[in-house]
Every structure is written in structure tokens, then in C-alpha cells.
Design a protein around this ligand. Structure first.
Ligand SMILES: [Zn+2]
Length: 76
């Protein structure tokens, strides 16, 4: 009996972990459809290509420029 209880507990724990992992994954991959930076809606065609997009096209371009600049400064 104890063995079955332990097994059940293990299954329960595993299920909980799998569920939590799935939830974490889902919240990590799904975009809100709203730009994180300017809070304007992200272009639907962008979301179709990249469902995890957190920035609209303009803000992504700006962030990319900013990133490049940081890299250059870092090398100095
Ligand atoms: Zn934006």
C-alpha cells in the first residue's frame, strides 16, 4: 500500500511540475499583441511570423540600433 501511495504522490508531483512548466512556457511564448515599448498594437503580420513578438516593428528597429550602439561602446 505504501508503495502505491508513494507512486501516486510521485505521479501527482510530476503532473504538477509538467503543468507548471507548460504554463510558464505558454506565458513565455505568447505575445500580448501589444508593443512592450510604445503600447501600440503589434502588426498582425508580425505576430503571424513571430507569435512571441513583444515589440512592434518600429520599436524593434529602435532597440536593434540601441543594441548595436551598446555593443560598439562596449568594445571601446
Ligand atoms: Zn512599439
Amino acid at each position: 500500500m505504501d508503495e502505491i501511495d508513494a507512486a501516486n504522490e510521485q505521479v501527482e508531483q510530476f503532473t504538477r511540475q509538467a503543468l507548471n512548466a507548460a504554463l510558464a512556457r505558454r506565458s513565455a511564448v505568447s505575445s500580448t499583441g501589444i508593443c512592450r515599448s510604445c503600447t501600440l498594437p503589434i502588426e498582425p503580420e508580425r505576430l503571424r511570423v513571430n507569435p512571441t513578438a513583444a515589440l512592434c516593428h518600429d520599436c524593434l528597429a529602435e532597440e536593434e540600433i540601441e543594441r548595436q550602439r551598446t555593443i560598439k561602446l562596449g568594445r571601446r
